[in-house]
Design a protein around this ligand. Structure first.
Ligand code: SAT
Ligand code: MN
Length: 582
């Protein structure tokens, strides 16, 4: 098979030549195709079948032990001018990167089948969607892309109509950490990845396309590609407001997107609808509001910590048609990970007999892949071609101290500063040290495909005549007390904070003004049925002036890292707050 698009056929042909693939398979996305791929992976050990009674059509993939997370130090943005990639990215000259990648790709698919995956990020019929083609030698990648994107014949038809697509080339190579690169060429709308089979390094539609390349395109075209979940909150009056929320990887986006409200809320008629759990593309609509789509069609979520208590919706969607990567298994071959409230592990993520002293059962970054439609809180608004209108944008990091439970930005410019100065403790989603606080602007540090200074300016540019922009908030679910214990229960109880935000949006809730933003008083947060002593909530909502003064100094240094590219309006906003704190 080939396509009706000469440029696509030529590219596929040239990759087949370079890689010397044994066979070329154009993916149509059909069930029959998937069944064939699964059979093939079951026979070569890429997949293991899980308990068919409890988990029909569920499979386990054990990745190479040194290939379990994104590799930020091996991820590059290759623009002609290094300043366009910015200090927030690793940079390599495009010619040099192409030469290095061509050398790696040369003959790398000998003895392997090369799969051509046409995919669409976003609903097939949405003007906000964008398409790509990933070429890969990994059937595991094909099976995951089938769950994570709209993949196959319909996507190919759109690509043939539009004539343009993002070119992604991926080979697992030898899975050698010393021969591994994730390269982005935003000016060519191209991605080249080699040597890793793991999620964000290999499923090129996700972080590589939908964030790094898309953020670059979005700047040129006047929209935003963000690392945000999208959730709808329906109040007892039946009105649904949509919230887009940015958190770094492994900080609870999936749980917040699928939140189950506390009992009292459910009794009163509050409901939560899941549109997306990781990526959000937004564009101003005719009416000046921002409209968002989830470019993905599935969830690639962190398994450890997911339980009936923390995310019952996720548990309900994971008992059929799912792929598990690097989880443990019970004696009767059910998936198992730390935090699960039932069962016990027999084997760890590497297939060894479970021994707590040797390793956790699941790798801390173990993942599940599943179609979004299997989530009980899924809404068909996720398929709406025009997207959903966004009422509030939330920025949240993991901060043991300083940042209060919630604060509201005074206006858009202040909100952009709040997002730009976000910081968070690092997690197991990327290789490297865990728990180190670093700046992670808009949770996009690993994902912005261009200079953060330009990115901040792009955010500010949305504040123009006729715009009806969402309110911006900052949250911190991760405050710890002196004993190192989390102070806020989080999970379903985060609904209490969302309620305050939405009532601010509709003008029904109270706030006090402080130099760092508008905060609720403890009495403004609904604590019915919550076991939390008054002094804890007071501390969670307190503004530590001395701490914030130091934070503002540190933010000034951070903004300076982007030199002239940092918009002066942002620096002025920071200076204003620092002066008020003094
Ligand atoms: O980058 S992944 O897609 O592997 C997951 C994440 O880090 O958010
Ligand atoms: Mn993510």
């Amino acid at each position: 098979m080939t396509s009706k698009l000469a440029s696509l056929n030529q590219w596929v042909e040239s990759v087949a030549q370079l890689t010397q693939a044994d066979a070329v398979h154009w993916c149509d996305g059909s069930d029959a195709e998937n069944t064939g791929l699964v059979e093939r992976m079951l026979s070569n050990g890429d997949l293991l079948r899980l308990n068919e009674q409890t988990h029909p059509n569920c499979y386990l993939h054990r990745s190479s032990p040194s290939d379990v997370a994104r590799v930020e130090h091996l991820t590059f943005v290759c623009t002609q001018d290094p300043a366009d990639a910015g200090p927030n990215n690793n940079w390599m000259a495009p010619d040099e990167a192409h030469a290095a990648m061509d050398a790696l790709y040369k003959g790398c698919m000998r003895g392997r089948t090369m799969y051509v995956i046409p995919y669409c990020m976003g609903p097939i019929d949405s003007p906000l969607s964008r398409c790509g083609v990933e070429i890969t030698d990994s059937p595991y990648v094909v099976a995951n892309m089938r769950l994570m994107t709209r993949m196959g014949a319909d996507a190919l038809a759109r690509i043939e109509r539009e004539g343009a697509f993002v070119k992604g080339l991926h080979s697992i190579g030898e899975l050698d950490p010393n021969r591994r690169f994730i390269m982005h060429f935003p000016e060519e709308l191209a991605i080249q990845s080699y040597g890793s089979g793991y999620g964000g390094n290999a499923l090129l539609g996700k972080k590589c396309h939908a964030l790094r390349i898309a953020s670059y395109q979005a700047r040129q075209e006047g929209w935003l590609a963000e690392h945000m979940l999208i959730v709808g909150i329906e109040n007892p009056q039946g009105e649904t407001h949509y919230i887009a929320a940015a958190f770094p990887s492994a900080c609870g986006k999936t749980n917040l997107a699928m939140l189950i409200p506390p009992e009292g809320y459910r009794r009163d008629g509050w409901k939560v609808w899941t549109v997306g759990d990781d990526i959000c593309w937004m564009r101003p609509g005719q009416d000046g509001r921002l409209y968002a789509i989830n470019p993905e069609a599935g969830y690639f979520g962190v398994a450890p910590g997911t339980s009936e208590k923390t995310n019952a919706n996720a548990m309900a969607m994971l008992n059929r048609d799912a792929i598990f990567t690097n989880v443990g298994v019970t004696a009767d071959n059910q998936p198992w990970w730390e935090g699960m409230t039932t069962g016990e592990p027999a084997k760890d993520w590497q297939g060894r007999p479970y021994d707590k002293a040797v390793s956790p059962a699941a790798h801390p970054n173990a993942r599940f892949t599943v179609s979004a439609k299997q989530c009980p809180s899924y809404t068909d608004q996720a398929e709406a071609p025009q997207g959903v209108p966004i009422s509030a944008i939330v920025f949240g990091g993991r901060r043991a101290s300083l940042v209060p439970l919630v604060l509201e930005a005074r206006d858009w410019t202040h909100g952009v500063l709040v997002g730009a100065s976000m910081a968070s403790e690092t997690t197991a989603a990327a290789t490297g040290a865990v728990g180190v606080v670093r700046r992670d602007s808009m949770a996009m540090k690993p994902f912005a495909g261009y200079n953060f200074g330009d990115y901040f300016a792009h955010w500010l540019s949305f504040d123009k005549e006729g715009a009806k922009l969402p309110k911006i908030f900052q949250v911190n679910w991760f405050r710890k007390d002196a004993a190192g214990k989390f102070m806020w229960p989080g999970f379903g109880d985060n609904m209490r904070v969302l309620e305050w935000m939405l009532k601010r949006v509709t003008g029904q809730a109270h706030a006090i003004e402080t130099p760092v933003g508008n905060l609720p008083l403890p009495a403004d947060i609904n604590t019915d049925g919550l076991e939390l002593d008054a002094s804890t909530l007071e501390q969670l909502l307190a503004v530590d002036r001395a701490g914030w003064k130091a934070e503002m100094e540190s933010i000034a240094e951070y903004l300076d890292e982007y030199g002239d590219r940092t918009p002066s309006a942002l620096k002025a906003e920071r200076a204003k707050i620092a002066a008020q704190l003094a």
